[in-house]
Design a protein around this ligand. Structure first.
Ligand code: UT7
Length: 331
């Protein structure tokens, strides 16, 4: 038994913020940002929320899959920027799309969240507990970013991506002889390095009890440490996933990586000795949307026809936690 993605969808806020707009806010330049990250613009919420974006992405994914909302059994929202602590975003989405028969909950693995969601759904579906799941990565990071900090505010963007996955009872053999579905997953966490990318929780009562002032409520990042982690861990876990499934880099048609920095993606391609043309990117237009990056990219590649039936895809990401993972699947 495996699982197959049968629908994808995405939703972005209307407002585009360019590097030139950021030049007005902090001491930076379009040239620096493009050269060091590959980002030219990002979307920023002017009212759209994690749950409204997630709900839109889910509706599109369901529409593609041909399933009705009543049939949805599980909704998993991966987010590190929900608009409410309670109720969870997945329950808001359930209500908003009318999926009254679904069980819904959130998970937080930051930028690796969508992959962790996919793997969690895999476990539920494989065990027979549920037959299908909506997996969503949705973020409004613009509210967690310090717009005075040029080291972080240039990187992030808002958006949501979703995938509808179904348990595949019978094999579907593609024209190229490959069996459609998820082939292998690898995931890991390194909590010891957690504070290199952090954001304090806003309801901490330590200030009340100890009188300590909370210095910074926004995302704090040691960019170089995260960079080092990503360029080492991402190729290693992709290789591990390929080894586990008995594949080589040459058996893969597309590598859809977390879009954090073009230089990280290029470095991963180089480490793996893989053709950079196999690494579709959208970071130029939308920046780093944390858990939403991979499903938004997947949706774009799927809808544009870049990804075709029978293509073997590696999804891989990393993020705060620190967390990382890779999944190998045949479309
Ligand atoms: O989803 C995971 C999220 N995080 C990441 O993936 C982050 C991974 N790290 C990175 O992508 C890179 O480390 C950054 C893009 C964040 C920074 O690039 P870098 O090449 O590592 O730059 P740096 O931090 O070494 O800074 C180099 C210089 C510094 O100036 P000095 O000390 O050499 O004078 C910085 O102050 O660039 C300066 N700088 C900037 N200059 C213009 C840092 N940010 C900016 C900026 N505009 N926005």
């Amino acid at each position: 038994m495996t699982i197959r993605i049968t629908g994808t969808g995405s939703a972005l806020p209307e407002k585009i913020v360019t590097n030139f707009d950021l030049q007005e806010l902090v001491d930076t330049s379009d040239e620096w940002i493009q050269k060091r990250t590959g980002i030219a613009q990002r979307r920023v919420s002017t009212g759209e929320t994690v749950s409204t974006l997630a709900a839109k992405a889910c509706q599109k994914a369901l529409e593609m899959s041909g399933k009705t909302v009543e049939e949805v059994e599980l909704i998993l929202v991966a987010t590190c920027s929900p608009e409410l602590l309670l109720p969870c975003c997945a329950c808001q989405v359930q209500d908003s799309i009318g999926a009254s028969n679904a069980v819904a909950f959130d998970l937080n693995a930051a930028c690796a969240g969508f992959l962790f969601g996919l793997n969690t759904a895999y476990a539920y579906l494989q065990s027979g507990i549920y037959k299908n799941a909506l997996i969503v990565g949705s973020e409004v990071l613009s509210k967690l970013v310090d717009w005075n900090d040029r080291g972080t505010c240039i990187l992030f963007g808002d958006g949501a991506g979703a995938a509808f996955v179904e348990a595949a009872e019978a094999d579907i053999v593609c024209e190229n002889g490959r069996r459609a579905g998820l082939e292998c997953i690898v995931q890991g966490s390194d909590g010891a390095k957690g504070m290199v990318l952090s954001c304090v929780e806003r309801t901490l009562n330590s200030a009340f009890f100890s009188g300590n002032k909370i210095e910074n409520l926004f995302i704090q990042m040691d960019g170089q440490e995260v960079y080092k982690f990503a360029t080492k861990q991402v190729p290693a876990c992709i290789q591990q996933a390929l080894d586990k499934s008995g594949m080589t880099v040459n058996d893969v048609d597309w590598f859809l990586l977390h879009q954090a920095n073009v230089r990280i993606i290029e470095s991963v391609a180089k480490h793996l000795k893989a053709d950079i043309a196999k690494f579709p990117m959208n970071i130029h237009d939308v920046g780093n949307m944390s858990s939403a990056t991979i499903p938004v990219l997947l949706d774009a590649c799927c809808r544009s026809g870049k990804i075709k039936k029978g293509d073997r895809i590696v999804l891989s990401g990393f993020g705060a936690g620190l967390t990382y993972g890779a999944s190998v699947l045949v479309w």
